[in-house]
Design a protein around this ligand. Structure first.
Ligand SMILES: Nc1ncnc2c1ncn2[C@@H]1O[C@H](COP(=O)(O)OP(=O)(O)OP(=O)(O)O)[C@@H](O)[C@H]1O
Ligand SMILES: [Mg+2]
Length: 310
């Protein structure tokens, strides 16, 4: 079932989205599928990449049975590229790169295997690529999140989901900072700031940035500037109660105070029993119930998020 469409000639770079959130079961996969279906229905060529390497199941959300080639094949076979494992889906303008089969060795690919995937994503010829991430904050998850143009964090209005989302954001922030510092070759400046952490009152990444700017205004400014594009978007999913409607804004404000980053909140998604009904029928929600609250909310968010290219 490998896609026969030529998706790898020179064309505008695709816009790459990564959907994470730290916690399992918050709706990363249903949201990724909803976004991809929405844009595919508008005629934009979309590829979904199942990067939940330990528990890949995007094919089920798309109503596909056992996928042919998967990332496992790519990891095993040097000569295969991402375009060789691209699968057609039952839907127009939508292709799938299926995640690794549930095998322990494949859940943790080597650095080189991961970089091969990340590098090749950019050469696929599509309008949008949605990377559906697994739960947790392992380096593999963080690196896919940081490689994308747009990072989207999905959170549910439960204490554990909120806690995991903060943990995920913190982990991804420091992973990005580490990369920036390495690229600018200023490890010593950060080390000095961190070892004087308590004395200089550093409690958060935001304090760290302020301290760095005092220590060395030029390099400090370079670091702040390099961190600026880090502006994940936040989606609150499974909203049921009125008091949860402001949760996204509250988390964004807390992130501004703690990290000094501006997160945007493109919208919320209501709890909708049709999500589970569609999943049980192995059909995408947007295809089975195109006018349900979930579909409406996802379409509104897709419109909001694709309006401005940042
Ligand atoms: N808006 C919603 N309304 C009702 N149910 C929902 C909604 N969003 C997600 N769900 C349900 O939550 C469950 C988990 O969704 P999903 O598999 O997308 O989560 P996930 O974050 O991708 O999980 P994992 O980390 O395990 O991959 C599904 O059974 C789905 O039916
Ligand atoms: Mg998932």
């Amino acid at each position: 079932m490998t896609g026969s469409v030529d998706l790898e000639h020179k064309a505008p770079r695709p816009r790459i989205w990564a959907i994470g959130g730290g916690k399992g079961g918050v709706g990363k996969s249903v949201f990724s599928t909803g976004m991809a279906m929405t844009l595919a229905q508008k005629g934009e060529r979309c590829i979904m990449l199942d990067a939940d390497l330990g528990g890949a199941n995007l094919h089920t959300f798309l109503g596909m049975s056992h996928p042919g080639r998967t990332l496992s094949d790519l990891f095993r076979n040097q000569s295969l590229g991402l375009k060789d494992i691209l699968l057609s889906t039952p839907f127009e303008n939508l292709w799938l790169i299926s995640g690794a089969r549930a095998m322990l060795d494949m859940a943790n690919p080597s650095y080189l295997q991961k970089m091969k995937v990340i590098r090749q994503i950019f050469s696929l010829n599509a309008d949008h690529i949605f990377i559906d991430l697994g739960a947790g904050s392992a380096f593999n998850v963080l690196d896919f999140f940081l490689a994308a143009h747009e990072g989207v964090v999905v959170v549910m209005p439960t204490p554990t989901s909120i806690e995991n989302a903060y943990h995920f954001l913190k982990a991804v922030y420091y992973r990005k900072l580490r990369k920036v510092v390495r690229e600018l070759k200023v490890e010593r400046l950060i080390d000095a700031a961190l070892s004087a952490k308590v004395k200089s009152g550093i409690r958060s990444p935001r304090d760290l940035m302020i301290d760095l700017q005092h220590r060395d205004p030029i390099i400090g400014e370079q670091i702040v500037r390099a961190m600026m594009p880090f502006r994940p978007r936040l989606i609150v999913n499974q909203v049921q109660r009125n008091e949860d409607r402001d949760l996204g804004k509250k988390i964004a404000l807390a992130c501004r105070d703690f990290f000094g980053i501006e997160m945007t909140v493109p919208g919320l998604i209501r709890t909708d029993e049709r999500v589970l009904m569609a999943l049980k029928s192995r059909r995408p929600v947007l295809e089975m119930f195109p006018n349900c609250p979930f579909a409406e909310d996802v379409r509104r968010i897709a419109q909001q998020m694709t309006r401005v290219r940042r």
